[in-house]
Design a protein around this ligand. Structure first.
Ligand code: UD1
Length: 418
């Protein structure tokens, strides 16, 4: 097991480039199951989640190969329709394969997904939407058995705008005969990105990013070349890192309209932010006023995936901040670890109150999940002394070569063996 070892207290200077969005890549990879022909995904970072998704695709019979940073996939000869527990348990996004497998084989057997332990994360909306489309589903012995022989386009109304359910149902609709309309879908940028990918393969999807997605079923999808959008969560993380530690950093691949609430909050502090196209320059003394109050929400609200990183910043900001987590019920597991480093945080249920301190102190902490883990990296970067973070394989799920990127900005961080 590897750890991060950080000698804190350094300011950040230089440039950093944001990699492709993990949360776009995962559904796009699942969608390749439906494509007849070669798909070339450009500039794909080797996040662990991406590599695990590739293992699932290879198991199903998709030909997967890398050409430098491009990932080339060909599902023409795919035969398998089962995803066993050992593979599905590696990541939450294994459930994305259900819709595409049904389109491809009319039958699928998929084990329940794994993923970061940030809450119960049910999949009822995925399944009820597929049932509305005409799929017969039986849940037995840890598997979802699905038969899609009677699938037909129809109206699906989601009672919550789930990102994953919207993506699964959108994929299920593209090769299903007739018109499928998804009402109250998620509007996250990754939904639009997936629709753009599907359309590049010959699908007919309209309205992604709005309150209704309209899909006209087509007979086949063909190969294409595609590059996903930059990762807005990684972009926001780097912005928060510089705001917290101080310094001057240019972030390339920061799309301002993907992080509006975060920018609005940071602009109310002493942080200087200069936006030009997809680049942002941030300058900070590293001593900011607290945000006061924030709550996570579906897009375009503040992403739950930035909540732990915002909390790390608030732990060393002047004043109080109240954070309400509205998406996941177990997403405060980083709190006890931040407290070990000297943070003053109280929490009940889905609410945290943070009283900013002048300093944090290095400690041995454990990464509880992907974003909670990167929040600890931030705390270690700011803290006085040495911080050791274990469980960093969870951070590798969504940040590629993080220590190299941060070292280039002047952070004293190393990946060490246990
Ligand atoms: C996706 C993102 C994740 C992000 C989350 C919210 C990917 C790969 N992951 O996760 O990084 O934190 O969106 O922006 O894109 N829910 C149900 N039933 C369902 C589905 C979801 O009750 O069938 C609930 C969940 O428990 C949660 C809420 O809906 O409380 C949001 O979940 P959802 O939007 O589905 O998130 P994911 O797709 O899992």
């Amino acid at each position: 097991m590897e750890k991060f070892f950080i000698n804190g207290g350094k300011k950040l200077f230089g440039k950093i480039k944001v990699d492709g969005a993990k949360n776009s890549l995962l559904p796009v990879l699942a969608a390749t199951i439906m494509v007849d022909g070669e798909v070339r995904l450009k500039n794909v970072p080797k996040y662990t989640d991406v590599m695990n998704m590739c293992v699932i695709l290879e198991y199903l019979g998709v030909l997967v190969r890398w050409q430098q940073d491009d990932l080339i996939l060909d599902a023409s000869k795919i035969e398998e329709h089962t995803i066993p527990t050992a593979l599905a348990g590696a990541l939450r996004s294994s459930i994305f394969a259900l819709g595409p497998l049904l389109c491809r084989h009319k039958i699928a057997k998929v084990a329940y997904p794994g993923g970061c332990e940030i809450g119960l994360r049910p999949i009822d909306l995925h399944l009820s939407g597929l049932r509305t489309l005409g799929t017969r589903i039986v849940e037995k012995n840890g598997y979802i058995y699905a038969n899609g022989e009677s699938m037909e386009g129809c109206d699906i109304i989601l009672d919550f705008s789930s990102v994953g359910a919207t993506e699964n149902l959108m994929m299920a609709g593209v090769l299903t005969k007739g018109i499928t309309r998804i009402f109250n879908p998620a509007k996250e940028p990754e939904i639009v990105d997936l629709a753009d990918f599907l359309n590049a393969c010959g699908a007919k999807v309209e309205g992604a990013g709005t309150s209704m997605i309209y899909i006209e079923g087509v007979e086949k999808l063909h190969g294409c070349e595609f590059e996903v959008i930059p990762d807005r969560i990684a972009a926001g993380t780097y912005l928060l890192m510089c705001a917290m530690c101080g310094g001057e950093v240019e972030i390339e691949g920061f799309l301002p309209y993907h992080n509006q609430v975060l920018l609005a909050k940071l602009c109310q502090t002493a942080c200087q932010i200069d936006i030009k196209d997809d680049k942002i320059k941030v300058k900070s003394e590293g001593t900011l006023d607290a945000f006061g109050e924030v709550e996570t929400a579906v897009y375009p609200g503040l992403p739950t995936d930035l909540q732990p990183q915002i909390m790390a910043l608030q732990a060393v900001s002047h004043g109080f901040c109240l954070i309400v987590e509205n998406l996941f019920e177990a997403r405060f597991k980083h709190v006890p670890e931040l407290i070990k480093m000297g943070a003053d945080i109280r929490f009940r249920s889905n609410v945290c109150v943070i009283k900013g301190k002048d300093k944090l102190y290095g400690a041995e902490v454990n990464s509880p999940d992907l974003r909670g883990g990167v929040a600890l990296v931030m705390a270690g970067m700011k803290a006085e002394g040495y911080t050791t973070i274990s469980g960093i394989e969870l951070i590798d799920r969504g940040y590629y070569k993080l220590e190299e990127k941060l070292s280039a900005l002047g952070v004293d961080i190393k990946r060490i063996d246990d």
